[in-house]
Ligand binder design. Structure first.
Ligand SMILES: Cc1cc2nc3c(=O)[nH]c(=O)nc-3n(C[C@H](O)[C@H](O)[C@H](O)COP(=O)(O)OP(=O)(O)OC[C@H]3O[C@@H](n4cnc5c(N)ncnc54)[C@H](O)[C@@H]3O)c2cc1C
Length: 318
């Protein structure tokens, strides 16, 4: 109930106007977001790198409503890619296709993505295409495959374990050695497309994770030594039970550590991030920055009710 309410509010421009202008919300969002400026993101990545953790940076923004906005979002990515290269930090970048115009025109979106991939390729960087709500999955995978067919190997996609279709998508995309991020899924989806029960989502995550680990072992495709190009499975969860179960699976099969990595969000389970990194596992943290933090922040609140109480208690103290 609460999750649905928060996810509905994440899409409401009325709620955005009420909540995002409120300084307490800004302060609480600061736990999940590196800051508003690219410099803030580079600082957060530098700090992670010093702790043996690599990053993927996200310029916040989604669901743009005009083509100029989509072009500006692509330019913001060109800027952050240049800054990553200049600062020599160990990071790739993640983006949402709805930010590059996916809901306006497939061709506009593909042209914007191509510009970003070209710049990334010239700098030796990798671009992860985030996955959004279920109506955009087919179009997202179509654009991803267009880019792979155009010889852009510096890109990968996200698979959401809560979708029934994901097993088929993984089986198909593994044939072209897709580098995946596997996550549970953060959007509000009907039971006709996604598992409603958490235990089924967790079981699906484990199953898809093992498919990706087996494929990584067969393909012998490690992460690059700088940690910028990720391996085939990027296992993106803070769920310690799943992390340990997939680690046990990989170790029982002697799959080298360089063939997979764990991914987590900025500000969440820093203890687990550091523990895994100290044990020599690849850990990548998703570092979002920018002014459009509202929907991202609301999804983080929806994932964990305790975050909402943290928000309310800050509000009461204000
Ligand atoms: C690197 C990364 C990239 C992602 N990219 C996408 C994407 O492209 N598309 C998409 O749909 N989703 C994405 N997600 C979000 C994901 O789908 C989940 O909504 C989110 O990770 C919470 O699920 P969980 O696997 O951590 O497990 P859960 O079962 O939700 O949580 C397990 C434990 O993790 C901790 N935790 C989880 N979430 C929070 C939180 N918000 N605040 C505090 N503690 C928390 C708690 O200790 C909780 O008990 C991404 C997640 C990560 C880590």
């Amino acid at each position: 109930m609460l999750r649905s309410l928060l996810l509905n509010l994440s899409k409401s421009s009325w709620a955005k106007r009420q909540i995002a202008s409120f300084w307490v919300a800004k302060r609480v969002a600061g736990r999940f977001v590196a800051g508003e400026l690219p410099e803030d993101a580079i600082r957060a990545i530098t700090d992670l790198n010093a702790r043996g953790i690599v990053a993927t940076v996200d310029h916040l923004g989604e669901s743009v409503t005009d083509s100029d906005e989509a072009v500006r979002a692509a330019e913001a990515y060109l800027d952050i890619l240049d800054r990553i290269a200049e600062a020599k930090v160990r990071s790739n970048a993640s983006l949402k296709l709805s930010q590059l115009g996916l809901n306006l025109s497939l061709d506009l979106c593909a042209a914007n993505l191509r510009k970003v991939l070209e710049r990334a390729r010239s700098l030796g960087l990798f671009i992860r295409i985030d996955m959004e709500d279920s109506p955009s999955v087919d179009r997202t995978l179509e654009i991803y495959q267009r880019m792979r067919s155009a010889a852009f190997d510096n890109t990968g996609v996200v698979i959401q374990a809560y979708l029934y279709r994901s097993e088929q998508d993984v089986a198909r995309l593994l044939k072209s050695n897709t580098r995946f991020r596997l996550c549970k899924g953060a959007y509000q989806e009907p039971a006709s497309v996604a598992y409603p029960a958490k235990r089924d989502v967790d079981a699906s995550f484990f199953k898809l994770g093992t498919m990706m680990l087996d494929a990584a072992a067969a393909a012998k495709l490690p992460a690059d030594p700088r940690g910028i190009t990720p391996p085939i499975p990027g296992l993106a969860t803070h769920d310690e039970k799943l992390v340990r179960a997939l680690l046990a699976y990989a170790e029982a099969r002697h799959i080298p550590k360089s063939f997979y990595e764990f991914q987590m969000l900025h500000g969440i389970r820093r203890d687990l991030q550091e523990e895994l990194a100290a044990q020599g596992y690849g850990v990548r943290v998703y570092v979002p920055y920018g002014r459009e933090w509202y929907p991202y922040f609301m999804r983080r609140l929806a994932e964990r009710p305790a975050n909402l109480w943290f928000f309310v208690s800050n509000f009461l103290r204000a």
